[in-house]
Write a protein that binds this ligand. Structure first.
Ligand code: ADP
Length: 188
């Protein structure tokens, strides 16, 4: 089984590239952000807990997202591979993922990281706010909190995977098709 992590700051295009990889390569896409937004829309207990954190630009607790990932793995055994989009976002999540995979006798294939600058993060999220209706995209202060959380909590994950030799980075400074071609070259 292949397990890819699509990694990058908010607005890097993880969701866009994941959709294209699903269409072209048949992987199963797991987006913790999409799953959390569905829980919020459904008004579930988990959604109610997550809503406030997400709308302020903060991360939801590690055990919540790890539980979501664990049940997705358990429910989708027949697929040819998984694309994890937006997970792991902390070193604790990365460690939990390694544990889940090793318990299944498997391991992470590689991390495909999409690099854009903070300035580009702001520009992309502002663009996305015009087409998608996400509360966390609508406000400069919330975007700043997300960028800060990315640098403080998520960026250390890069070193974690570099140490395993599993970290591959794409500089996403071109058009969507150009950037996608670089991403696609890193999956099989
Ligand atoms: P983006 O990449 O634009 O930030 P996502 O859809 O991946 O968007 O995530 C939206 C929000 O959902 C995050 O800001 C965070 O609050 C929450 N979230 C998503 N994935 C995780 C995760 N792995 N750990 C903690 N919080 C998460």
């Amino acid at each position: 089984m292949k397990y890819y992590v699509l990694f990058g700051p908010p607005g890097a295009g993880k969701g866009t590239f994941a959709k294209l990889l699903v269409e072209n390569h048949g992987y199963y896409h797991i987006s913790t952000g999409d799953m959390l937004r569905k829980e919020i829309a459904a008004g579930s207990e988990l959604g109610l807990k997550a809503k406030d954190l997400i709308e302020k630009g903060n991360l939801v607790p590690d055990d919540v997202v790890c539980g979501m990932i664990r049940s997705e793995f358990a429910a989708n055994g027949g697929v040819r591979g998984f694309l994890l989009d937006g997970f792991p976002r902390t070193v604790a999540q990365a460690e939990a993922l390694d544990k889940m995979l090793s318990d299944m006798g498997d391991e992470l294939t590689r991390v495909v990281s999409i690099y854009i600058t903070d300035e580009e993060v702001r520009r992309r999220i502002k663009g996305r706010a015009l087409v998608e209706n996400r509360a966390d995209d609508a406000d400069d202060e919330i975007i700043s909190t997300r960028i800060k959380n990315y640098h403080e909590k998520t960026e250390p994950v890069i070193q974690y995977y570099k140490a395993q030799g599993k970290y591959f980075e794409v500089i996403a400074d071109g058009t969507i098709p150009e950037n996608y071609a670089k991403v696609e070259a890193l999956v099989d």
